[in-house]
Design a protein. Structure first.
Length: 164
């Protein structure tokens, strides 16, 4: 099932934005970082990708003018990936149809109760994977003891987030 969902989302992003889901996620991470900038190593870690894979992806996104590399000011050996204005515009153009695909494919198929169950199961697994060092710490969608919010809606990546 996970593979089918991933394939559906990836196909939509390829068709409408011309990028695979992994590249889209890198653009999202950069858009949310201070100054739209992350060290290449941080981008790799947050993407759960190897440094060489991220370097290849950044090269492809550089060719489109969506990302640029800059030397790291605090470490002459490292480089930062910076989301350009063109990259931000591409992300903003791709996000609505991506969110709609995730909403239609996942959330519209589940009852409100099933959505809450999915959230609970996902947060339990994330907590375990984070605690065992399998992934970098990921913020929970809500504090573990908090009641579900009625205005929660899928965010840019399709996961439920609190309305701001």
């Amino acid at each position: 099932m996970t593979q089918l969902l991933t394939e559906r989302v990836d196909r939509q992003l390829h068709q409408e934005a011309g990028v695979p889901h992994t590249y889209y996620e890198m653009l999202v991470r950069l858009s949310e970082a201070p100054g739209r900038t992350l060290r290449m190593s941080e981008l790799a870690e947050s993407s759960l990708s190897s440094r060489s894979r991220v370097s290849h992806a950044v090269s492809r996104l550089e060719d489109r003018g969506w990302i640029r590399r800059e030397p790291c000011a605090t470490d002459g050996r490292g480089f930062n990936a910076v989301l350009t204005d063109a990259g931000m515009a591409a992300l903003e153009a791709a996000a609505p149809s991506h969110v709609e695909t995730v909403r239609r494919t996942v959330f519209d198929q589940l009852t409100r109760e099933q959505q809450e169950q999915l959230r609970d199961v996902s947060e339990t697994l994330l907590a375990y994977l984070t605690a065992t060092g399998s992934v970098s710490p990921v913020p929970l969608l809500r504090p573990p003891d908090a009641a579900p919010q009625e205005d929660a809606a899928p965010g840019r990546d399709g996961t439920a987030s609190r309305a701001s």
